[in-house]
Design a protein around this ligand. Structure first.
Ligand SMILES: Cc1cc2nc3c(=O)[nH]c(=O)nc-3n(C[C@H](O)[C@H](O)[C@H](O)COP(=O)(O)OP(=O)(O)OC[C@H]3O[C@@H](n4cnc5c(N)ncnc54)[C@H](O)[C@@H]3O)c2cc1C
Length: 400
């Protein structure tokens, strides 16, 4: 196993880095560094810049606008995006539904949707989780009844990220009323403007409107909007969840946070000397850096498997990356909480939204610390909770 990058890969990294740094609009870059919320307009603007360069959907097949990069180049690209830091292209479009349409959609669906997904002309949201079906997704109850060349869809989804921005959603629905668990489920693309859809906001602990409840009441969906075969969505779900493996570790973002923590600590005077020189702080930061290094090495093992085409979508290493990546993200955030001390003011919402006319209470870097702290409680829940990742690792890696 070779965990080093080749000279060509290092040259590629420099090319990506210099493009990202020159192309990212400064207003978006500033929000990213200060952990302020990126608006819909910001994300659309940035994704269109990437798309114009041909880099909005690197992992897609070239014929549909992908880059033709190998797995290592794709990993380097994501790491550089995270480290700049620049927003990732909208994952629902690029990492989730796009690959499913490419692999299982009809020619007409590919031609219609893929260019719009890449350019963020259509914003997609993910309608999988339900009040009774999260970790145990196979318990989903939203039903779709066939009515000629339409389905009538009724049910409730929950935690649907950014559904209030969405033009379309990809939904899991039960098309066979007598089916149980993974059987009899279909994968539908639904126009979010369809009559019968109601979106109700869920404001998360950070005070921000990020997730939603989505109610569907006899929503008419053309059968032509189904991806693949009727009742066979589980195959597509497994394919979808197997994507985005190495990005889950968020190594680039965490590395950028470590650098930022060190910068802040060097300037922050506590008890008459810079926090960065104090043993207790240095010990905490070093402990996180050691964990991050270990995660980076694990990530490189996955990348090396991919380089040699050994990786599979069932590889449990993806669970290790998600588990450790989210824990390190939380630990780094907690370090900022410590540094902010009394300036961790819970509600500086205007600063979170980059709309403030008043100066921050306390240093600028601390203004979003509380919001990040509260929101990041969810990092060990979404994308598969830590307990669920532990179960996968214990079964698939330890054979328990
Ligand atoms: C911020 C945020 C954004 C999200 N965005 C989306 C989205 O866009 N689209 C979407 O479809 N979903 C989304 N989700 C939903 C997310 O996928 C679910 O919250 C997640 O799958 C957990 O499901 P649940 O909330 O129903 O919790 P449950 O599954 O009810 O779990 C509750 C607790 O029990 C534990 N648990 C569950 N099963 C087991 C087990 N077998 N063994 C041990 N412990 C277990 C869990 O770890 C958790 O601690 C989002 C969630 C959040 C918080």
């Amino acid at each position: 196993m070779d965990l080093r990058f080749t000279p060509e890969e290092i040259a590629f990294r420099h090319e990506v880095r210099s493009f990202l740094r020159s192309a990212l609009p400064p207003s978006i870059g500033r929000k990213m560094i200060l952990e302020q919320r990126i608006t819909k307009d910001d994300l659309v603007t940035w994704q269109r810049i990437l798309n114009a360069k041909g880099w909005a959907a690197p992992m897609w097949a070239e014929e549909w606008g992908g880059t033709g990069w190998n797995a290592v180049q794709q990993y380097i690209f994501v790491e550089e995006l995270q480290q700049t830091p620049a927003p990732m292209p909208l994952s629902q479009n690029i990492a989730l539904v796009g690959p499913v349409i490419i692999a299982f959609g009809s020619q007409a669906q590919k031609e219609f949707f893929l260019p719009k997904l890449r350019n963020l002309d259509y914003w997609f949201s993910q309608g999988f989780s339900e009040p009774g079906a999260g970790s145990d997704l196979a318990g989903l109850a939203t039903r779709a009844v066939r009515d000629g060349d339409h389905y009538l869809v009724t049910g409730q989804k929950i935690w649907t990220s950014m559904a209030h921005h969405a033009d379309w959603g990809f939904f899991l629905v039960r098309t066979d009323a007598n089916s149980k668990r993974q059987k009899g489920v279909s994968f539908l693309l639904i126009d979010m403007k369809s009559p019968g859809i109601t979106i109700r906001p869920i404001v998360t602990l950070d005070g921000f409107h990020h997730t939603n409840e989505v109610f569907l009441d006899n929503v008419r969906v053309p059968v032509a909007n189904r991806i693949g075969e009727e009742h066979n969505a589980w195959k597509y779900v497994k394919y979808l969840l197997g994507h985005e493996r190495t990005t889950l570790a968020k190594v680039g973002s965490s590395r950028a946070r470590v650098i930022r923590a060190r910068e802040v600590a060097e300037r922050l005077i506590v008890d008459g000397k810079p926090l960065g020189d104090q043993p207790r702080f240095r010990e905490k930061l070093a402990a996180i850096e050691v964990e991050l290094k270990a995660l980076e090495i694990t990530t490189m093992r996955v990348v090396d498997d991919q380089r040699k085409n050994l990786g599979t979508s069932q590889d449990p290493k993806g669970s290790i990356l998600k588990l450790r990546g989210s824990e390190i993200e939380q630990a780094l955030n907690e370090l900022f909480v410590d540094m902010a001390g009394p300036h961790m003011i819970p509600r500086q919402l205007d600063h979170l939204l980059a709309k403030a006319s008043e100066p921050t209470i306390g240093p600028e870097w601390a203004a979003t610390t509380a919001a990040s702290y509260f929101f990041l409680r969810a990092a060990t829940i979404y994308g598969g909770s830590s307990e669920v990742q532990h179960n996968i690792i214990s079964k698939a890696v330890l054979g328990l």
